[in-house]
Design a protein around this ligand. Structure first.
Ligand SMILES: C[S@@+](CC[C@H](N)C(=O)[O-])C[C@H]1O[C@@H](n2cnc3c(N)ncnc32)[C@H](O)[C@@H]1O
Length: 418
Protein backbone atom coordinates (compact mmCIF):
# COMPACT_ATOMS: atom_id res chain seq x y z
CA UNK A 1 0.00 0.00 0.00
CA UNK A 2 2.96 2.30 0.68
CA UNK A 3 4.01 1.64 -2.91
CA UNK A 4 1.00 3.53 -4.18
CA UNK A 5 2.99 6.69 -3.50
CA UNK A 6 5.41 5.63 -6.24
CA UNK A 7 8.53 5.30 -4.03
CA UNK A 8 10.82 2.37 -3.44
CA UNK A 9 12.23 1.88 0.06
CA UNK A 10 15.67 3.02 -1.19
CA UNK A 11 14.18 6.38 -2.14
CA UNK A 12 13.23 7.03 1.47
CA UNK A 13 15.29 7.79 4.53
CA UNK A 14 14.51 5.92 7.72
CA UNK A 15 12.20 8.60 9.07
CA UNK A 16 10.13 8.52 5.87
CA UNK A 17 10.01 4.70 6.01
CA UNK A 18 8.58 5.13 9.50
CA UNK A 19 5.87 7.37 8.07
CA UNK A 20 5.11 4.88 5.30
CA UNK A 21 4.72 2.00 7.74
CA UNK A 22 2.41 4.14 9.86
CA UNK A 23 0.35 4.77 6.73
CA UNK A 24 0.33 1.02 6.07
CA UNK A 25 -1.18 0.50 9.49
CA UNK A 26 -3.80 3.13 8.84
CA UNK A 27 -4.60 1.62 5.43
CA UNK A 28 -4.86 -1.88 6.89
CA UNK A 29 -7.32 -0.63 9.48
CA UNK A 30 -9.27 1.57 7.08
CA UNK A 31 -9.54 -0.93 4.20
CA UNK A 32 -11.06 -3.64 6.39
CA UNK A 33 -14.82 -4.01 6.40
CA UNK A 34 -15.82 -6.37 9.15
CA UNK A 35 -17.99 -9.19 7.70
CA UNK A 36 -20.11 -9.01 10.87
CA UNK A 37 -21.10 -5.46 9.88
CA UNK A 38 -21.78 -6.33 6.25
CA UNK A 39 -23.55 -9.67 6.87
CA UNK A 40 -26.90 -10.17 5.21
CA UNK A 41 -29.59 -10.27 7.90
CA UNK A 42 -32.16 -12.76 6.65
CA UNK A 43 -33.61 -13.42 10.10
CA UNK A 44 -33.24 -10.57 12.64
CA UNK A 45 -31.65 -11.80 15.89
CA UNK A 46 -33.81 -12.13 18.97
CA UNK A 47 -32.90 -12.78 22.62
CA UNK A 48 -34.90 -15.04 24.96
CA UNK A 49 -34.30 -15.60 28.65
CA UNK A 50 -34.70 -19.06 30.09
CA UNK A 51 -37.86 -17.89 31.88
CA UNK A 52 -39.43 -16.61 28.65
CA UNK A 53 -38.64 -19.66 26.55
CA UNK A 54 -39.43 -22.25 29.20
CA UNK A 55 -42.96 -20.87 29.70
CA UNK A 56 -43.70 -22.13 26.20
CA UNK A 57 -42.91 -25.69 27.23
CA UNK A 58 -45.49 -25.87 30.02
CA UNK A 59 -48.08 -28.59 29.37
CA UNK A 60 -46.03 -30.38 26.75
CA UNK A 61 -44.88 -33.93 27.24
CA UNK A 62 -41.44 -34.68 25.89
CA UNK A 63 -39.91 -38.05 25.02
CA UNK A 64 -36.18 -38.45 25.23
CA UNK A 65 -33.45 -40.88 24.31
CA UNK A 66 -30.03 -41.42 25.82
CA UNK A 67 -26.86 -40.69 23.89
CA UNK A 68 -23.90 -42.79 25.02
CA UNK A 69 -20.60 -41.00 24.62
CA UNK A 70 -17.26 -42.58 23.77
CA UNK A 71 -16.05 -41.94 27.36
CA UNK A 72 -18.98 -43.92 28.80
CA UNK A 73 -21.05 -41.00 30.08
CA UNK A 74 -24.63 -40.34 28.99
CA UNK A 75 -26.40 -37.28 27.65
CA UNK A 76 -30.13 -37.05 27.04
CA UNK A 77 -31.75 -35.61 23.95
CA UNK A 78 -35.32 -35.07 22.85
CA UNK A 79 -36.53 -37.65 20.31
CA UNK A 80 -36.92 -36.24 16.82
CA UNK A 81 -40.30 -37.92 16.27
CA UNK A 82 -41.54 -36.12 19.37
CA UNK A 83 -40.54 -32.71 17.95
CA UNK A 84 -42.46 -33.49 14.76
CA UNK A 85 -45.41 -34.68 16.81
CA UNK A 86 -45.50 -31.37 18.72
CA UNK A 87 -45.33 -29.37 15.49
CA UNK A 88 -48.20 -31.36 13.94
CA UNK A 89 -50.31 -31.03 17.10
CA UNK A 90 -49.75 -27.26 17.23
CA UNK A 91 -50.60 -27.01 13.56
CA UNK A 92 -53.88 -28.90 14.01
CA UNK A 93 -54.74 -26.71 16.98
CA UNK A 94 -54.05 -23.57 14.97
CA UNK A 95 -56.29 -24.73 12.15
CA UNK A 96 -58.95 -25.88 14.64
CA UNK A 97 -58.95 -22.50 16.37
CA UNK A 98 -58.84 -20.70 13.05
CA UNK A 99 -56.45 -18.28 14.70
CA UNK A 100 -53.42 -17.32 12.69
CA UNK A 101 -51.65 -19.42 10.12
CA UNK A 102 -53.47 -21.10 7.28
CA UNK A 103 -51.96 -24.32 5.83
CA UNK A 104 -50.73 -22.66 2.64
CA UNK A 105 -48.97 -19.95 4.68
CA UNK A 106 -47.16 -22.27 7.05
CA UNK A 107 -44.01 -21.84 5.08
CA UNK A 108 -40.98 -23.71 4.00
CA UNK A 109 -39.45 -23.97 7.48
CA UNK A 110 -42.42 -25.95 8.80
CA UNK A 111 -42.31 -28.35 5.82
CA UNK A 112 -38.62 -29.02 6.39
CA UNK A 113 -38.98 -29.37 10.18
CA UNK A 114 -41.71 -31.99 9.94
CA UNK A 115 -39.60 -33.91 7.43
CA UNK A 116 -41.81 -33.43 4.35
CA UNK A 117 -38.90 -32.32 2.18
CA UNK A 118 -36.29 -34.83 3.36
CA UNK A 119 -33.64 -32.08 3.65
CA UNK A 120 -30.88 -31.79 6.28
CA UNK A 121 -30.80 -28.04 5.82
CA UNK A 122 -31.80 -25.26 3.45
CA UNK A 123 -29.61 -22.19 3.73
CA UNK A 124 -31.39 -19.09 4.99
CA UNK A 125 -34.49 -21.08 5.93
CA UNK A 126 -33.50 -23.93 8.21
CA UNK A 127 -29.81 -24.40 9.05
CA UNK A 128 -29.88 -27.99 10.30
CA UNK A 129 -30.23 -27.63 14.08
CA UNK A 130 -32.68 -30.48 14.71
CA UNK A 131 -30.14 -33.26 14.32
CA UNK A 132 -26.81 -33.74 16.12
CA UNK A 133 -24.02 -33.51 13.54
CA UNK A 134 -20.89 -35.66 13.58
CA UNK A 135 -18.41 -32.96 14.65
CA UNK A 136 -20.37 -32.11 17.80
CA UNK A 137 -19.12 -35.48 19.15
CA UNK A 138 -15.54 -34.53 18.23
CA UNK A 139 -16.02 -31.37 20.23
CA UNK A 140 -17.15 -33.36 23.26
CA UNK A 141 -14.08 -35.63 22.97
CA UNK A 142 -11.94 -32.53 22.88
CA UNK A 143 -13.72 -31.06 25.93
CA UNK A 144 -13.16 -34.29 27.75
CA UNK A 145 -9.39 -33.76 27.52
CA UNK A 146 -9.20 -31.26 30.36
CA UNK A 147 -11.19 -28.23 29.27
CA UNK A 148 -14.37 -29.33 30.92
CA UNK A 149 -12.80 -29.63 34.37
CA UNK A 150 -11.52 -26.08 34.16
CA UNK A 151 -14.98 -24.78 33.43
CA UNK A 152 -17.12 -26.89 35.71
CA UNK A 153 -15.05 -27.44 38.86
CA UNK A 154 -13.58 -24.08 39.59
CA UNK A 155 -15.00 -21.18 41.50
CA UNK A 156 -14.27 -18.69 38.74
CA UNK A 157 -17.09 -17.02 36.86
CA UNK A 158 -17.37 -18.24 33.30
CA UNK A 159 -19.21 -17.79 30.02
CA UNK A 160 -20.18 -20.73 27.87
CA UNK A 161 -21.34 -19.71 24.42
CA UNK A 162 -22.33 -22.22 21.76
CA UNK A 163 -22.78 -20.70 18.33
CA UNK A 164 -25.15 -22.57 16.00
CA UNK A 165 -25.86 -25.05 18.77
CA UNK A 166 -28.81 -27.09 17.45
CA UNK A 167 -29.18 -30.00 19.89
CA UNK A 168 -26.29 -28.44 21.92
CA UNK A 169 -24.63 -31.73 22.94
CA UNK A 170 -21.23 -30.12 23.75
CA UNK A 171 -22.89 -27.53 26.00
CA UNK A 172 -25.03 -30.23 27.61
CA UNK A 173 -21.85 -32.14 28.38
CA UNK A 174 -20.45 -29.16 30.28
CA UNK A 175 -23.83 -28.41 31.88
CA UNK A 176 -23.99 -31.97 33.25
CA UNK A 177 -20.46 -31.70 34.62
CA UNK A 178 -21.44 -28.41 36.24
CA UNK A 179 -24.45 -30.07 37.88
CA UNK A 180 -22.15 -32.86 39.08
CA UNK A 181 -19.67 -30.42 40.61
CA UNK A 182 -22.47 -28.41 42.26
CA UNK A 183 -23.81 -31.66 43.74
CA UNK A 184 -20.43 -32.41 45.22
CA UNK A 185 -20.10 -28.91 46.62
CA UNK A 186 -23.58 -29.14 48.11
CA UNK A 187 -22.74 -32.51 49.60
CA UNK A 188 -25.64 -34.46 48.15
CA UNK A 189 -26.24 -36.77 45.28
CA UNK A 190 -28.23 -34.59 42.91
CA UNK A 191 -27.16 -30.99 42.86
CA UNK A 192 -29.81 -29.88 45.35
CA UNK A 193 -30.70 -30.39 48.92
CA UNK A 194 -34.44 -30.14 49.08
CA UNK A 195 -37.44 -31.67 47.38
CA UNK A 196 -38.08 -28.64 45.18
CA UNK A 197 -35.08 -29.14 42.98
CA UNK A 198 -33.49 -26.05 44.47
CA UNK A 199 -29.76 -26.03 45.02
CA UNK A 200 -27.59 -23.53 46.76
CA UNK A 201 -24.21 -23.96 45.14
CA UNK A 202 -23.66 -20.31 44.31
CA UNK A 203 -20.34 -19.17 45.68
CA UNK A 204 -20.66 -15.73 44.12
CA UNK A 205 -19.49 -16.78 40.70
CA UNK A 206 -21.55 -15.94 37.61
CA UNK A 207 -22.05 -18.60 34.98
CA UNK A 208 -23.53 -17.35 31.72
CA UNK A 209 -24.67 -19.98 29.26
CA UNK A 210 -25.64 -18.55 25.88
CA UNK A 211 -27.06 -20.95 23.31
CA UNK A 212 -27.63 -19.62 19.83
CA UNK A 213 -29.26 -21.12 16.77
CA UNK A 214 -30.41 -19.59 13.52
CA UNK A 215 -33.89 -21.07 13.95
CA UNK A 216 -36.06 -20.03 16.89
CA UNK A 217 -38.02 -23.24 16.33
CA UNK A 218 -34.87 -25.27 17.06
CA UNK A 219 -34.24 -23.34 20.29
CA UNK A 220 -37.77 -23.85 21.60
CA UNK A 221 -38.31 -27.42 20.36
CA UNK A 222 -34.91 -28.98 20.88
CA UNK A 223 -32.23 -26.84 22.56
CA UNK A 224 -34.12 -25.79 25.68
CA UNK A 225 -35.93 -29.14 26.04
CA UNK A 226 -32.52 -30.85 25.94
CA UNK A 227 -31.17 -28.63 28.72
CA UNK A 228 -34.31 -29.27 30.75
CA UNK A 229 -34.22 -33.06 30.25
CA UNK A 230 -30.57 -33.21 31.33
CA UNK A 231 -31.32 -31.07 34.36
CA UNK A 232 -34.25 -33.35 35.33
CA UNK A 233 -32.16 -36.49 35.01
CA UNK A 234 -28.91 -35.21 36.50
CA UNK A 235 -29.94 -32.59 39.07
CA UNK A 236 -33.08 -34.21 40.52
CA UNK A 237 -33.61 -37.45 42.35
CA UNK A 238 -36.11 -39.85 40.76
CA UNK A 239 -38.55 -38.98 43.54
CA UNK A 240 -38.22 -35.23 43.01
CA UNK A 241 -38.80 -35.68 39.29
CA UNK A 242 -42.01 -37.60 39.93
CA UNK A 243 -43.20 -34.99 42.45
CA UNK A 244 -42.60 -32.10 40.06
CA UNK A 245 -44.61 -33.80 37.33
CA UNK A 246 -47.64 -34.36 39.57
CA UNK A 247 -50.79 -32.61 38.38
CA UNK A 248 -53.44 -31.34 40.75
CA UNK A 249 -56.90 -32.82 40.41
CA UNK A 250 -60.03 -31.89 42.34
CA UNK A 251 -61.39 -34.72 44.48
CA UNK A 252 -64.92 -34.63 45.98
CA UNK A 253 -64.94 -35.60 49.68
CA UNK A 254 -67.53 -38.29 50.35
CA UNK A 255 -68.73 -37.28 53.82
CA UNK A 256 -68.52 -33.54 53.37
CA UNK A 257 -69.53 -31.64 50.25
CA UNK A 258 -66.15 -29.92 49.99
CA UNK A 259 -63.74 -30.51 47.14
CA UNK A 260 -59.99 -31.07 47.74
CA UNK A 261 -56.99 -30.61 45.48
CA UNK A 262 -54.82 -33.73 45.27
CA UNK A 263 -51.74 -34.49 43.26
CA UNK A 264 -52.20 -37.15 40.63
CA UNK A 265 -49.16 -38.97 39.23
CA UNK A 266 -50.84 -41.15 36.60
CA UNK A 267 -49.29 -38.93 33.93
CA UNK A 268 -45.74 -39.90 34.93
CA UNK A 269 -44.15 -42.35 32.46
CA UNK A 270 -40.60 -43.61 31.98
CA UNK A 271 -38.73 -42.09 29.02
CA UNK A 272 -40.98 -39.02 29.05
CA UNK A 273 -41.26 -35.81 31.04
CA UNK A 274 -44.61 -34.12 31.51
CA UNK A 275 -43.74 -30.46 31.87
CA UNK A 276 -45.67 -28.74 34.61
CA UNK A 277 -45.51 -25.15 35.84
CA UNK A 278 -43.94 -26.47 39.05
CA UNK A 279 -41.17 -28.23 37.12
CA UNK A 280 -40.35 -25.10 35.11
CA UNK A 281 -40.38 -22.94 38.24
CA UNK A 282 -38.03 -25.37 40.01
CA UNK A 283 -35.68 -25.33 37.00
CA UNK A 284 -35.49 -21.53 36.83
CA UNK A 285 -35.11 -21.25 40.62
CA UNK A 286 -32.27 -23.78 40.55
CA UNK A 287 -30.50 -21.73 37.84
CA UNK A 288 -30.92 -18.53 39.88
CA UNK A 289 -29.74 -20.10 43.10
CA UNK A 290 -26.62 -21.46 41.46
CA UNK A 291 -25.74 -18.16 39.78
CA UNK A 292 -26.44 -19.50 36.29
CA UNK A 293 -27.99 -17.31 33.61
CA UNK A 294 -29.26 -19.27 30.63
CA UNK A 295 -30.04 -17.27 27.49
CA UNK A 296 -30.98 -18.09 23.93
CA UNK A 297 -30.41 -16.07 20.78
CA UNK A 298 -32.02 -16.89 17.44
CA UNK A 299 -31.43 -15.36 14.01
CA UNK A 300 -28.67 -14.46 11.59
CA UNK A 301 -25.09 -13.83 12.67
CA UNK A 302 -24.56 -10.08 12.27
CA UNK A 303 -23.75 -6.95 14.34
CA UNK A 304 -27.18 -6.95 16.01
CA UNK A 305 -26.53 -10.55 17.04
CA UNK A 306 -23.26 -9.49 18.70
CA UNK A 307 -25.01 -6.54 20.33
CA UNK A 308 -27.40 -9.01 21.97
CA UNK A 309 -24.71 -11.51 23.01
CA UNK A 310 -21.97 -9.22 24.38
CA UNK A 311 -24.00 -7.71 27.27
CA UNK A 312 -24.82 -11.24 28.50
CA UNK A 313 -21.15 -12.02 29.19
CA UNK A 314 -18.75 -11.50 32.08
CA UNK A 315 -16.28 -8.64 31.74
CA UNK A 316 -14.05 -9.10 34.80
CA UNK A 317 -10.43 -10.19 34.43
CA UNK A 318 -10.73 -13.23 36.69
CA UNK A 319 -13.42 -14.86 34.56
CA UNK A 320 -13.14 -17.50 31.85
CA UNK A 321 -14.87 -17.77 28.52
CA UNK A 322 -15.40 -20.84 26.36
CA UNK A 323 -16.85 -20.46 22.88
CA UNK A 324 -17.95 -23.62 21.09
CA UNK A 325 -19.12 -24.20 17.55
CA UNK A 326 -19.52 -27.31 15.45
CA UNK A 327 -20.34 -27.72 11.74
CA UNK A 328 -20.92 -24.03 11.15
CA UNK A 329 -18.35 -23.07 8.47
CA UNK A 330 -19.97 -24.92 5.55
CA UNK A 331 -21.03 -21.77 3.67
CA UNK A 332 -18.34 -19.65 1.99
CA UNK A 333 -20.46 -16.53 2.50
CA UNK A 334 -21.07 -17.11 6.20
CA UNK A 335 -17.64 -18.53 7.15
CA UNK A 336 -15.97 -15.05 7.43
CA UNK A 337 -18.88 -13.87 9.61
CA UNK A 338 -18.60 -16.73 12.09
CA UNK A 339 -14.80 -16.36 12.00
CA UNK A 340 -15.05 -12.71 13.04
CA UNK A 341 -17.60 -13.54 15.73
CA UNK A 342 -15.16 -16.08 17.18
CA UNK A 343 -12.35 -13.53 17.02
CA UNK A 344 -14.40 -10.85 18.77
CA UNK A 345 -15.38 -13.31 21.47
CA UNK A 346 -11.84 -14.58 22.10
CA UNK A 347 -10.38 -11.08 22.01
CA UNK A 348 -12.80 -9.61 24.52
CA UNK A 349 -10.67 -6.49 24.99
CA UNK A 350 -12.15 -5.32 21.67
CA UNK A 351 -15.42 -4.91 23.58
CA UNK A 352 -13.88 -3.60 26.80
CA UNK A 353 -13.74 -6.92 28.66
CA UNK A 354 -10.64 -8.62 30.00
CA UNK A 355 -11.49 -12.28 30.36
CA UNK A 356 -9.44 -15.38 29.61
CA UNK A 357 -11.09 -16.78 26.49
CA UNK A 358 -10.74 -19.76 24.19
CA UNK A 359 -12.82 -20.94 21.22
CA UNK A 360 -13.11 -24.49 19.91
CA UNK A 361 -14.38 -25.04 16.39
CA UNK A 362 -15.08 -28.51 15.04
CA UNK A 363 -15.75 -29.01 11.34
CA UNK A 364 -15.31 -31.32 8.39
CA UNK A 365 -12.21 -30.49 6.36
CA UNK A 366 -14.34 -29.96 3.26
CA UNK A 367 -18.07 -29.41 2.80
CA UNK A 368 -18.57 -30.87 -0.65
CA UNK A 369 -21.03 -29.00 -2.82
CA UNK A 370 -21.29 -25.92 -0.60
CA UNK A 371 -17.69 -24.73 -0.59
CA UNK A 372 -16.83 -24.14 3.06
CA UNK A 373 -13.71 -25.84 4.43
CA UNK A 374 -11.17 -25.83 7.24
CA UNK A 375 -8.49 -24.52 4.86
CA UNK A 376 -10.75 -21.61 3.86
CA UNK A 377 -11.35 -20.85 7.55
CA UNK A 378 -7.62 -21.02 8.37
CA UNK A 379 -6.65 -18.82 5.46
CA UNK A 380 -9.16 -16.24 6.71
CA UNK A 381 -7.55 -16.41 10.17
CA UNK A 382 -4.09 -15.97 8.62
CA UNK A 383 -5.21 -12.97 6.60
CA UNK A 384 -6.86 -11.34 9.60
CA UNK A 385 -3.94 -12.02 11.90
CA UNK A 386 -1.64 -10.26 9.42
CA UNK A 387 -3.99 -7.28 9.27
CA UNK A 388 -4.32 -7.13 13.03
CA UNK A 389 -0.54 -7.38 13.43
CA UNK A 390 -0.07 -4.47 11.00
CA UNK A 391 -2.25 -2.35 13.22
CA UNK A 392 0.13 -3.05 16.13
CA UNK A 393 -2.08 -5.56 17.94
CA UNK A 394 -0.72 -8.87 19.27
CA UNK A 395 -3.45 -10.74 17.37
CA UNK A 396 -4.46 -14.31 18.02
CA UNK A 397 -3.09 -17.83 17.76
CA UNK A 398 -4.56 -21.20 16.84
CA UNK A 399 -3.86 -24.91 16.76
CA UNK A 400 -5.37 -27.48 14.43
CA UNK A 401 -5.92 -31.10 15.43
CA UNK A 402 -6.96 -33.72 12.91
CA UNK A 403 -9.61 -36.15 14.06
CA UNK A 404 -8.31 -39.70 13.84
CA UNK A 405 -10.23 -42.70 12.47
CA UNK A 406 -12.44 -40.49 10.42
CA UNK A 407 -13.50 -41.56 6.91
CA UNK A 408 -14.57 -37.97 6.19
CA UNK A 409 -11.63 -35.87 7.35
CA UNK A 410 -12.45 -33.60 10.26
CA UNK A 411 -10.55 -31.11 12.40
CA UNK A 412 -10.73 -29.17 15.62
CA UNK A 413 -9.32 -25.66 15.80
CA UNK A 414 -8.44 -24.11 19.16
CA UNK A 415 -8.35 -20.33 18.93
CA UNK A 416 -7.01 -17.87 21.53
CA UNK A 417 -5.68 -14.36 21.64
CA UNK A 418 -1.88 -14.31 21.23
C1 LIG B 1 -25.30 -28.07 10.57
S1 LIG B 1 -25.99 -27.23 11.92
C2 LIG B 1 -24.94 -27.78 13.23
C3 LIG B 1 -25.67 -27.89 14.53
C4 LIG B 1 -24.81 -28.33 15.72
N1 LIG B 1 -23.76 -27.40 15.98
C5 LIG B 1 -24.24 -29.71 15.52
O1 LIG B 1 -23.04 -29.82 15.18
O2 LIG B 1 -24.97 -30.69 15.69
C6 LIG B 1 -25.40 -25.60 11.61
C7 LIG B 1 -25.79 -24.54 12.63
O3 LIG B 1 -25.19 -23.31 12.23
C8 LIG B 1 -26.04 -22.24 12.51
N2 LIG B 1 -26.00 -21.27 11.39
C9 LIG B 1 -25.68 -21.52 10.10
N3 LIG B 1 -25.74 -20.38 9.38
C10 LIG B 1 -26.09 -19.40 10.23
C11 LIG B 1 -26.32 -17.98 10.09
N4 LIG B 1 -26.19 -17.37 8.93
N5 LIG B 1 -26.66 -17.28 11.18
C12 LIG B 1 -26.80 -17.89 12.38
N6 LIG B 1 -26.62 -19.21 12.57
C13 LIG B 1 -26.27 -19.95 11.51
C14 LIG B 1 -27.43 -22.79 12.71
O4 LIG B 1 -27.87 -22.38 13.94
C15 LIG B 1 -27.27 -24.31 12.67
O5 LIG B 1 -27.84 -24.93 13.78
Amino acid sequence: MGFSFGFTEEDLDSEEVGITSHNNKQDAIQSFTNPIDSAKVVTPPQLYTSKQLSQKLINTRISFESVKLANGSTLYRRELFDVKHQLMAEDEQTIGNETTTQPQQKGQEFDILIGDTDEDLRQGVYEGGLKSWECSFDLIDKLDCGTVQTFSNQQQSFDLIELGCGTALPSLYIFNKLIESLSQQNGNGNGNGNGNGNGNGNSGRRVNIVLTDYNYEVLRLVTLPNVLINWCLHALTAQQLVQLQGRYTTVEEEETTTAKQRKDFSNVRPGEIDITTELIDAFNTWLDQNGITLSFVSGSWCRDFMNLVQPLLNTTSDSLRLVLTSETIYSVDISPVISEILLELVRPETSGANVDAVALLAAKDIYFGVGGSISEFLSYLNKRNDQVAQSGDSGFSWEVEKVQNSHLKRSIVTLKRA
